[in-house]
Design a protein around this ligand. Structure first.
Ligand code: ADP
Length: 161
């Protein structure tokens, strides 16, 4: 059978337990999962690309078929370069749907061979996103239950709490 390589793209600023939930389940479904940081020159992230790569590498170390990478430009081009046949996106709520629907159809036009697969996280993570974590952490609020311990350590270093 054909080897299925899946790309999981995102900003991961920083990686949360919601992302990790998707990554862990994807690693059981696909032969190889490449979690890849989409570098967007117009967005100023809280964590540098290298810091985000380091956090992703640390929290996925236990998953042998998961690799971490970054890319610039169109996702479909990157997927082609990586010989990927699947792109994974997370769906948390109905509000995610409209944008994801448009993206997925556009990507299908660009390359009909690559399928977008939507995955829902465990319900306890459905409200969680990285900007919520950044906002709470900027007020020194406790975000321990939302992120892996290694990310917590990095946030503490950044905000000094
Ligand atoms: P965010 O800032 O919203 O976390 P990312 O660009 O880092 O956004 O997200 C990358 C992908 O992970 C997107 O497909 C997004 O829908 C998905 N995702 C983010 N948080 C979660 C979560 N809590 N549960 C499931 N999927 C998620």
């Amino acid at each position: 059978m054909k080897k299925i390589i899946a790309i999981y793209p995102g900003t991961f600023d920083p990686v949360t337990n919601g992302h990790l939930d998707i990554i862990e389940r994807a690693s059981e479904l696909f032969n190889e999962v490449v979690v890849s940081i989409a570098v967007n020159q117009n967005k100023i992230p809280m964590f540098e690309k290298e810091e985000r790569l380091d956090m992703l590498e640390n929290v996925t170390r236990h998953l042998n078929n998961v690799k971490v990478d970054s890319f610039e430009g169109l996702l479909v081009w990157y997927a082609e370069k990586m010989n990927a046949n699947v792109m994974i996106r997370g769906l948390r709520a109905v509000s995610d749907f409209e944008y994801e629907f448009q993206m997925s159809l556009t990507n299908k036009k660009l390359n009909p061979e690559i399928n977008t697969i939507f995955m829902m996280p465990n319900e306890k993570y459905t409200y969680l996103n990285s900007s919520l974590v950044r906002e709470l952490a900027s007020y020194n609020a406790n975000v321990e239950e939302f992120i892996p311990p290694y990310v917590m350590k990095k946030l503490k270093d950044k905000f000094g709490y």
